[in-house]
Design a protein around this ligand. Structure first.
Ligand code: BGC
Length: 777
């Protein structure tokens, strides 16, 4: 009896010593049956097998050389054996050069599954970048890019698109996507701005949450056969490189890191996100792949999250190749695995397997860490049902690429385009208007889609999209080919760098304008993606601006169409346009949606999800620090500060107008746990039906660190018939108005808050300060 008691006491002490932190409730409730299967399997696995599960390679390495030269895909049998049988690699990613049909994906994946199951009994986990729809599956619906989905401010559309993306991905027997992308696109120079939901933490968090639910479904333990696992990326701080260039260092205040950059990942994890990919770069001098605090403490310990952390492309290698925090690959592996990485995306080489085994044998990486990582990989495979069914017959996905799915993409494209200017209501254009369509983006499916479309850089898009309409084709279909004159004036160079243009033929476009009533000039950028998209000048190309200037001299009204992933500076040509439409990157449905909008069959409702800068040296975000805008001080010197914008975050016009009634709230004094319900009446005061995204901002009037000018705290989109009024309710918790202080803790401070919705505002008072250091769950 005494011995028994002693055993219990010492077991408790050991538990306490090993696990000094109080265990928080797990963010995903485990399924005990799955956990038993995982433990059973793990207990029978060798070290080689466990390390194999922690390894991910690109399909490129197994591509037969002859077949590659011929432009087809075939496995190199010897390499396939080496990878899957000898090294027992558990995960493969990427396309063999170009997207494959669901049938072809099934053939490819069935070879991998047979080999994997034969070698270890464990199915292979295949992952693809299905970044705007199943964009690496031939024949799938290409939705607008995430930046457009953000501009729609429509959660339902994001959810619907995610459901379809999952369905069309699973039709290829691919169970895993490297998406949603929730970096905050807060630097307009960054080449990946359009891969995210814009500059705001709350929009990214909300869209990330619904995208996660849409793709994975509601039960993360049992991801259905029409769902896939998400891999939220790129955790975290990737979107604000100091240089503006991809994969270069970010410097982020502790407060912003915890409050803003962490928020979208937290929201996705709370919605059940099963895996996370890590930011390729460094934050505050520490490469995120080597950051124990961000990977292990914030995710695995504080949230008690049992998902999988995978590196980005070759990023363990980058710890020594690029970041120079490790002297060689072995040291880099030790650093990353001990920081909390569970799977290495080491696309071309499997020496990770050899070196990690050495590290374990030398005691530099513990067996517990290996077990933890392998367990997370196995758990994901069980949750995905891969042990029961690792192949899916494309025929059982009859809605793949259907009109039903396409119609959702058209709606999303319509709701995501932004009307930035409409002088004298020049838009919509009446039937019968003679239109000159010009500019390098007028007749290109490539520019409508951007990168991550059929290929990484999206350069082959026009080959596969004959059935879809470009902007020009959309207008011709809507207004009649006889009313359309096409003369591009400026064109991109084929087979060259994305920014290269041919010698312009501006005169030809100017002459063609003589026969037109209106000129629709489609300018912007050609497709690019990641580091190749870096640029040194955010100003729009000189040729394109010259084209607009020359056309303006004709005196014909100009509709300027911006088809670009990031806001290129257009200060000198903006005044020349009567109307401006920002299409962003609307995908394959972009041409149809554009024509619907220009003709007035559909109405604009998109709003800018980032701040459009006026000048290159004036880059800012809507949640800037209040001291970035200040009046002149009294006295001899002018110590003022000001920002200059082309258009603010949240800006976007409609063919109708909306009036906001008085803003009301259920309580004027509040504390952290109170629910605040705001109500505002919105009336459509124009003549056509329209949708309005109602945005609620808060301003903390005085705070212990310099406050942000405003923060978006809630949004809802409503549709209104002409003359119709609806009461829009926006609810939040008192604690949602908190910020993270310099000490890394959340704090809601006693004092006044101003709340703004439309042109209405009110003031609320927080009556009690509250501070907490666990994430706002
Ligand atoms: C990108 C990721 C992507 C990965 C796999 C990397 O270069 O940064 O966003 O998921 O490649 O394709």
């Amino acid at each position: 009896m005494r011995l028994h008691l002693l055993l219990i006491i010492s077991a408790t002490l050991v538990m306490f010593a090993c696990n000094p932190k109080p265990q928080v409730a797990p963010v995903i409730d485990k399924d005990p049956a799955i956990e038993r299967k995982v433990e059973d399997l793990l207990s029978k696995m060798t070290l080689d097998e466990k390390i194999g599960q922690m390894t991910q390679l690109s399909i490129d390495v197994m591509w037969d050389r002859e077949a590659r030269r011929a432009g087809t895909f075939k496995f190199d049998e010897a390499i396939l054996d080496s990878v899957i049988v000898k090294y027992k690699v558990g995960s493969i990613l990427n396309i063999p050069g170009v997207a494959q049909t669901p049938e072809r994906w099934n053939e490819i994946i069935s070879v991998l599954q047979q080999k994997s199951i034969g070698a270890t009994g464990i199915p292979c986990l295949y992952g693809l970048d299905q970044n705007h729809g199943a964009s690496y599956t031939m024949g799938a619906i290409m939705f607008p890019q995430p930046i457009n989905m953000a501009a729609s401010f429509n959660r339902d559309l994001v959810h619907e698109a995610a459901v379809i993306t999952a369905y069309e991905t699973r039709a290829s027997s691919v169970p895993w996507t490297f998406n949603p992308t929730l970096d905050l696109g807060r630097d307009p120079r960054w080449s990946r701005l359009w891969e995210n939901y814009g500059e705001d933490a709350f929009v990214n968090a909300e869209m990330g949450r619904v995208a996660t639910l849409g793709m994975q479904g509601k039960d993360p333990n049992h991801v259905g056969r029409e769902n896939i696992a998400v891999c939220v990326k790129h955790y975290m701080g990737y979107g604000v490189p100091v240089s503006g260039k991809d994969r270069t260092p970010a410097i982020i205040s502790p407060s912003d890191l915890r409050d803003k950059h962490f928020a979208p990942y937290l929201a996705s994890i709370q919605a059940g996100a099963l895996s996370i990919m890590v930011n390729s770069g460094s934050v505050n001098g520490v490469p995120v792949h080597a950051n124990y605090q961000l990977l292990t403490q914030w995710l695995k310990e504080e949230l008690n999250w049992d998902g999988l952390i995978v590196t980005d492309w070759a990023d363990i290698n980058n710890l020594f190749n690029r970041e120079k925090v490790a002297a060689n690959k072995k040291e880099a592996i030790k650093m990353a695995i001990n920081a909390g990485i569970d799977m290495s995306m080491d696309p071309y080489s499997w020496d990770f397997c050899v070196l990690l085994k050495e590290l374990v044998e030398e005691g530099q990486v513990s067996m517990e860490r290996i077990d933890d990582a392998a367990r997370r990989v196995l758990r994901l495979k069980f949750r995905l049902g891969l042990f029961e069914e690792s192949l899916h017959d494309p025929k059982s996905y009859p809605l793949f690429g259907s009109t039903e799915h396409y119609n959702v993409a058209v709606k999303a494209a319509e709701e995501s385009m932004i009307l930035l200017k409409n002088k004298d209501n020049i838009l919509p254009l009446a039937k019968g208007t003679k239109i000159l369509v010009t500019g390098p983006n007028a007749n290109s499916m490539r520019t409508l889609n951007g990168g991550w479309t059929y290929t990484w850089q999206g350069e082959m898009t026009d080959i596969f999209t004959g059935e879809y309409n470009t902007l020009l084709e959309g207008l011709a279909a809507k207004f009649g080919a006889g009313n359309i004159i096409y003369e591009p004036g400026v064109t991109y160079k084929d087979g060259a760098n994305w920014w290269e243009e041919n010698t312009p033929e501006i005169d030809k476009a100017v002459s063609a304008a003589a026969k037109a009533d209106v000129i629709v000039v489609c300018v912007g950028e050609n497709s690019y993606c990641e580091t190749p998209g870096n640029l040194t000048d955010l100003t729009m190309s000189a040729n394109q601006r010259e084209l607009v200037k020359a056309l303006a001299k004709t005196g014909k009204p100009i509709v300027l169409v911006l088809n670009q992933g990031r806001p290129r500076i257009i200060k000198d040509i903006e005044p020349l346009a009567s109307a401006i439409v920002y299409t962003l990157l609307p995908g394959n449905a972009g041409g149809d949606a554009f024509a619907n909008l220009i003709s007035g069959e559909a109405n604009f409702s998109g709003k800018l999800p980032f701040t459009y800068p006026l000048e290159v040296n004036s880059l800012t975000t809507y949640d800037y620090k209040v001291s970035e805008e200040s009046d002149t001080m009294e006295g001899a010197y002018n110590y003022n500060a000001s920002r200059s914008l082309q258009w603010p975050f949240g800006y976007g016009l409609s063919y109708t107008t909306f009036r906001y009634g008085d803003l009301k709230v259920n309580k004027e004094n509040f504390t952290a746990d109170d629910e605040l319900v705001f109500e505002v009446e919105v009336t459509n005061t124009g003549k056509v039906k329209g949708k309005e995204a109602v945005l609620l901002y808060s301003t903390d009037l005085v705070a212990s660190i310099v406050p942000d000018a405003r923060r978006l705290r809630a949004f809802e989109k409503v549709e209104l018939e002409p003359g119709q009024t609806r009461t829009v309710k926006l609810a939040l918790k008192g604690k949602d108005l908190a910020f993270v202080g310099f000490d890394g803790k959340w704090i809601l401070e006693e004092g006044d808050f101003e709340i703004n919705v439309g042109d209405k505002k009110l003031t609320l008072r927080c009556t009690k300060t509250k501070k907490w250091d666990t994430p706002n769950r």
